[in-house]
Design a protein. Structure first.
Length: 379
């Protein structure tokens, strides 16, 4: 190990790992074992008992993310949804939570359709409007504020430091879904958040071949202990093979993110003036409403996600997606291949997404090919 503080790029490239002294292996092994030997006195001196709680293969991915987020501990979950819902399941019935009006639709749908039936009071609020957030906070009752930044699929940017101050002012926790920003571009814990969540299915793994979720905490406190017990008892854990793939994916996170940011920025700028594009939504554009906050909060780039509103309306948007050859029509984001999706038809009634919007996840292809494909499809 070097005798200076290593940069995050280096930590990620090595997944914190050294060389295994016994074998010389520079890549960590996969431990498929679900269970571990008990000592003769029935204890577990070696620290592990059963893989619903822990497994050595989880450590490389979890510890790497803890280091990149600047947290104290990370839990790996079977999906981003398993990670997000574990946070809400750690609350008590009748607790009040604030969530963004624009957020990942399946979580919004679970919160409003399921969590409320179990007694949580869920209040959607415009998290970009600090006065609205201040007015919605209920001292003594609001236990958690949830933020997603940039928020899928309009990419609205929320001031995390300001939200942390507001939440902590009444003793509530702030949790940030930082799936789109990744630790390369935003450090929610350094900005005051208590917990940062990722759908690791996206950029962290980066290859569209693992469904996973993560939570990283700033403090190992009582709320975190409740989240851990939700995970261990309900069992939404990642398999060892998926955890191994996740640590492998994170090794190239910085290189991928930087390429994807540069490509998305170039595409957003080129598409902004296009006659068939009514609006480009991308935090890196000076015309974007949240650009000033994004410039302050995001480090070295504005992400690989953008959306376009097609001038001809919904039918034209769907026709444009149908004509694309390089972009693949598929849900999800953050992989090496570029994806396009008509979000309004996926999200259904109640979605705040305009019907003329196409969501674009920029992959690692040549930007020229992605742009040429879009221009041809736009007609
Ligand atoms: N958060 C965001 C921003 C997402 O885009 C997604 C999935 O698309 C999720 C959470 C849910 O993650 P998963 O699909 O891994 O359950």
């Amino acid at each position: 190990m070097a005798d200076w503080l290593l940069q995050p790029e280096t930590l990620a490239a090595h997944a914190l790992g050294g060389v295994d002294e016994a074998t010389g292996a520079i890549i960590p092994p996969i431990h498929p074992s679900t269970t571990y030997e008990r000592d003769t006195d029935l204890g577990y001196a070696r620290g592990r008992c059963y893989s619903r709680a822990d497994n050595p293969t989880y450590d490389a991915a979890a510890d790497t993310l803890t280091a990149l987020e600047g947290g104290s501990q990370t839990l790996l979950f079977a999906s981003g949804m398993a990670a997000a819902t574990a946070v809400f399941q750690a609350l008590d019935p009748a607790d009040h939570v604030l969530v963004p009006k624009v957020m990942y639709w399946a979580l919004r749908s679970w919160l409003l359709g399921f969590a409320t039936r179990w007694g949580l009071e869920v209040e959607p609020v415009e998290t970009g409007d600090l006065d609205a957030v201040r007015a919605a906070l209920q001292p003594g009752r609001t236990k958690l504020v949830w933020v997603e930044s940039p928020a899928n699929p309009l990419w609205s940017v929320t001031d995390i430091a300001a939200m942390a101050e507001l939440a902590h002012g009444i003793g509530a926790k702030l949790v940030v879904d930082s799936t789109v920003a990744t630790p390369v571009l935003t450090k929610p814990l350094a900005l005051g958040a208590d917990i940062v969540m990722h759908s690791a299915t996206k950029y962290l793994n980066g290859h569209s071949d693992v469904v996973a979720g993560t939570l990283t905490t700033a403090a190992d406190d009582a709320f975190w202990a409740r989240i851990k017990s939700v995970q261990v008892q309900i069992g939404g854990v990642l398999g060892p093979f998926e955890a191994w793939l996740l640590q492998r994916g994170m090794r190239t996170l910085f290189a991928r993110m930087r390429w994807q940011c540069d490509s998305a920025q170039a595409l957003a700028e080129q598409l902004e003036g296009h006659a068939k594009v009514a609006e480009v939504l991308y935090p890196g554009l000076p015309s974007f409403p949240g650009h000033a906050i994004a410039k302050r909060q995001m480090i070295g780039g504005f992400g690989g996600m953008l959306s376009i509103r097609v001038a001809g309306g919904e039918d034209d948007a769907i026709a444009v997606a149908a004509r694309l050859k390089v972009w693949k029509r598929a849900t999800s984001l953050g992989g090496v291949e570029s994806l396009v999706e008509h979000r309004a038809s996926i999200e259904g009634p109640g979605s705040p997404v305009p019907r003329d919007l196409l969501r674009l996840s920029v992959g690692l292809e040549a930007t020229e090919d992605l742009f040429a494909d879009l221009v041809e499809a736009l007609g």
